[in-house]
Design a protein around this ligand. Sequence first.
Ligand code: PMP
Length: 290
Amino acid sequence: MQTIPFDKRVGSIWMNGVYKEWQDCQIHVLNHGLHYGSCVFEGIRIYDGKIFKLVEHIERLYKSAELLDLEIPFRKDEIIEITYQLTKKQKVNNGYIRPVVWRGSEKMEISAIDATTNIAIASWTWPSYFSPEKILEGIRLTKSNWVRPSPQSAPTNSKAAGLYMICSLSKHQAEKKGFDDALMLDYRGFIAEATGANIFFVKKNKLCTPLPDCFLNGITRQTVIEIAKKLKIEVEEKHYNFDFLEGCEEVFLTGTAVEITPVTSIDNFDFKVGKITRLLLSEFNKIVKA
Ligand code: PMP
């Protein structure tokens, strides 16, 4: 599918307090965020004109920024209000919102404590990536050679741009081998998550998901756990080794972009798109549109 590059689109982007023409939203090549990874962001969805869990995403944006020593020069309620305004201005009914925060160009060295913190918010139409039938075909994963770092090696609770370096490398590696995505283990060898989504397993009617102690506790992950508990499905959060995959009946990913996407294989382990995945998917679809 041919898509228009992101710097060639039209519309408005809110940047540092003002709406600018989309193509004028530029930063200088000598920018701390670009060179030293001092950048955090969010990914938020709009379903039928309603922004899903906006407050939770903006809270996480501020937490991510704080973990990277970035002070957003606007109040949370201002950012929330601007996000609503922007989506209306952009006429996005089913789509995506991308807030991004980065350190500016005042310094080109490691320490940049007093450099400015910048913020921009963009939004664009982006209907569900897959049709409902396509979602149910599921995707195939392969284990990545990269592992999620320990919280002592990186601010793992933050949605920091720098943490996506190994995610892109893992996903490229997977796609080159003909898979859709990669499964990442953590620094201890426990199953962590996919490259941009959390992971769930169904084993003996129990819903199992890794403890998010060195990766994002996704907002979709938390929503799915809430749904499962309401449906009286037993939920277990633990550390799981790779061989836990043996005997798993169903597997799916959760995240703002992938929503709930079934996984039909991880290397030599095969899974079906089963009853529990279908039930959670249908309840999730009701909630996001409620
Ligand atoms: N892990 C990673 C690495 C992600 O990029 C995402 C997507 N933000 C998630 C998990 C899922 O988070 P959420 O459900 O909040 O989108």
